[in-house]
Design a protein around this ligand. Structure first.
Ligand code: GLN
Length: 456
């Protein structure tokens, strides 16, 4: 991923990326493109290389950021109407870390509005199309990021994962997607979804690139006090012997080709000398319900700041203060945003807090404990990312429960705060990518990335 050997210039790389972005326009990947700025930055890097000056580890490498990452002076829409006019006053830490190493941001990419969704169909700007079949969804919410990498427009992309939004689109488009340990990377300057679940990670084409990005970005950040003390670079190498598979996920509701792919990978691992351990994790079946209580509760609270006064849109029909608040929120949020605000406020309301939110918070602790116990029996866990490969556009978007069921295997990981790496593992008969995810204990991100090479 480097241009240091001087066989190609940064300018050429950026020009190629921009040309590809234009070529794949119909996939609806970009929310903005920074052609002039990117070319200017590339020229500066080429100049430095020519003069023999030192350049960063990512010098000249084009990338895209999910459009919930703030970049000072440019629009950050979160693919919503309410933030459509919003110009970011700061740059997110992750984008800054990447740019400090010479990576060149060529544009921002599409997501489900405020990252609520599993298909990118909830975007105010329309869905992004799957890289392998343009009648199918990109996955979500980081659909634009996954497709930009899968179509080889850029080398890597940033994403955010609150309940699967990196891993699921990665698996729908045949690329690597890492949801890091909670707190491994900074969330400063990224639009919040659900603060106890949000993590920022990456899409890449190789485990080596993922490792490089994490070595740059998995750092303590004083601007985000939930970041962990630095651990990534010092992670000891791990001798991996046992891989766990979750019995509870081997059932009819999971696509047969995905189950077959998982079995095949287990056989391969056995042949390489690893022991496959079957895990009983009965609490996991409650994870989806727990997630869809905790997540909307935090969403309702985080989205309350968009009131028509401080950020973005203000309804021009409003004449009173109440109308500014209500009218702006009504015009600016999408249906799915509103659904979550309503569910969130309901489960937090005084009459229902004990019955829903508190119970969910307790169940979350059981889930955390269940993973901790599982990792006493195995080193890593291998599971599907989603119960199915990429589905057809329009298939689930009007059925919120069907869409939420997409997340059944991805959300437990966010509830537990552990890392999950989606790895391209095969293809269906019709040629759609199948992804599997490797899970490890907190802070095992580097070891997971290393081990994923065994699945390649
Ligand atoms: N699909 C999940 C949801 O809609 C996860 C979203 C995410 O990780 N941002 O909540």
């Amino acid at each position: 991923m480097k241009i240091a050997n001087k066989t190609v210039t940064a300018t050429r790389l950026v020009q190629d990326a921009l040309a590809k972005a234009d070529f794949f326009k119909s996939y609806n990947i970009f929310t903005s493109i920074y052609a002039d700025e990117a070319l200017e930055k590339a020229a500066k890097i080429d100049e430095k290389i020519k003069n023999g000056e030192p350049v960063g580890k990512l010098a000249g490498v084009p990338f895209v950021a999910k459009d919930n990452y703030l970049v000072k002076g440019t629009k950050t829409t979160a693919s919503s109407h309410i933030l459509e006019p919003f110009v970011a006053p700061v740059t997110s830490t992750v984008v800054k870390q990447l740019e400090d190493e010479g990576a060149i941001l060529i544009g921002k990419v599409n997501l489900d509005s405020f990252a609520h969704g599993s298909s990118t169909e909830n975007s105010y700007f329309g869905p992004t199309l799957n890289a392998y079949d343009n009648t199918r969804v990109a996955g979500g919410s980081s659909g634009g990021s996954a497709v930009a990498v899968a179509l080889d427009i850029v080398e890597f992309a940033t994403g955010s994962d609150t309940g699967g939004s990196i891993r699921q689109p990665a698996s729908f488009n045949g690329v690597y997607g890492l949801k890091p340990t909670y707190g491994a990377t900074s969330r400063y300057g990224v639009v919040s979804m659900a603060s106890s679940l949000d993590t920022d990670g990456f899409f890449t084409k190789t485990p080596e690139d993922m490792d490089l990005l994490m070595s740059i970005c998995a750092k303590r950040d004083e601007k985000d006090l939930t970041t962990l003390p630095d651990f990534y670079e010092e992670t000891p190498t791990k001798e991996v012997k046992k891989i766990g598979i979750i019995k509870d996920f081997d059932n009819e509701s999971v696509d047969s080709e995905i189950r077959a792919c998982l079995k095949e990978k287990c056989e391969e691992l056995k042949n390489k000398g690893y022991e496959i351990v079957e895990l009983d994790m009965p609490t996991l079946k409650h994870a989806l319900a727990v997630y869809y209580i905790i997540c909307p509760a935090e969403i309702a609270s985080n989205l309350s700041r968009y009131d028509g006064i401080r950020y973005g849109l203000r309804s021009d029909k409003a004449v009173s203060l109440d109308e500014i608040y209500g009218g702006t929120r009504n015009e600016g949020f999408m249906k799915e945003n509103k659904r979550r605000i309503m569910i969130g406020n309901f489960v937090l309301s005084s009459g229902f807090y004990d019955a829903y939110f508190l119970k969910a918070a307790k169940a979350r602790t059981l889930i955390i404990n269940e993973y901790a116990k599982a990792f006493e029996k195995c080193d890593f866990i291998l599971t599907p990312v989603a119960p199915n490969p990429a589905f057809k556009l329009g298939e689930k978007v009007n059925d919120p429960i069907a869409m939420y069921l997409e997340d059944v295997m991805s959300v437990p990981i966010n509830l537990a705060g552990i890392p999950g790496l989606a790895v391209p593992a095969g293809k269906t008969e019709s040629g759609l990518p199948i992804g599997l995810q490797l899970l490890g204990p907190r802070r095992s991100d580097k070891q997971l990335i290393e081990f994923s090479k065994e699945l390649a």
